[in-house]
Design a protein around this ligand. Sequence first.
Ligand code: GDP
Length: 309
Amino acid sequence: MIAVLAGGVGAARFLQGLVRVVDPKDIKVIVNTADDIDIYGVHVSPDVDIVTYTLAGVVDEDRGWGIKGDTFNFVESLARFGLENWFKLGDMDLATCFYRTMLMKKGFSLTEATHRICRALNVEVEILPMTDHSVQTYVETDIGVIHIQEYMVKYRCEPSILGVEFKGIGEAEATAEVLEALEGCSGVIVCPSNPVISIGPILSVKGIRDKLRGASYPKVAVTPIIAGAPVKGPADKFMRFLGVEVSPYGVAWLYRDFLDGLVVDIRDSIQTVRIEKLGIKTLATDTLMRSIEDKVRLAKAALNLMEIS
Ligand code: GDP
């Protein structure tokens, strides 16, 4: 069994390749929940849903999130009452979030709610929220302290980043399911996800980073940075804020205490020597996922690196 650490879109696209080379029943995905937000009366778990919809084959591939063919009548209608509706949640998506909220109000954990949603959508991969505790990322900016969704969706990543806080992380413990996945797996893959605000919170949950550091199985990652920039999203802004170089070397640096191998892009092969000096093996390939063939190739590269790490 392989355990995978995942954010949203980058991770989901990588997983589309992985499930074609590894039996989905042998994959457990530990997903960031610090992007979660309580809004419109429901609990939205964006990364969990992106991964779930993608593996269920119902994701809106153009956007990378939400359900294909979804309508937005609910959020659009909120404007009638003068209510804020900047968080775009489709009508079908709202039903998922409503179901999750209903289960959680009945006392089920986020893990159990996720399990039931996956079962309903015929997802064979086990999708595990990183924790059942509430953790939410807040960004301190030049316009104030705002929720990560406000930063990304409402303000389109424009405000300057002055600080990042994973609220609730101090109390957050890894679930039994997550610990079991990290104990029983034959290797870990860190997806090409934002290393600061997607993978960062997972690694900050009590118990997870220590498990990875102490494990004897190989731990490899796929770079989300190609030629000095993320493919999409604000990873560069968050890395810069931390004073970390925006490059695969910077990614390796952030994971250096537990990582054995990093898949870097062929455009960055010049960096492999520096990365290997950190004690991290490298494999250079085209990491840009345009087609399903690209995704399969990238998954195979990560597995190959795992074998030699
Ligand atoms: P988010 O929470 O939806 O932003 O999702 P993630 O954190 O999983 O994904 C964002 C990261 O995925 C960004 O840093 C992107 O650079 C990376 N990413 C997206 N598409 C690709 C791709 O085709 N190749 C690689 N190497 N990285 C990608």
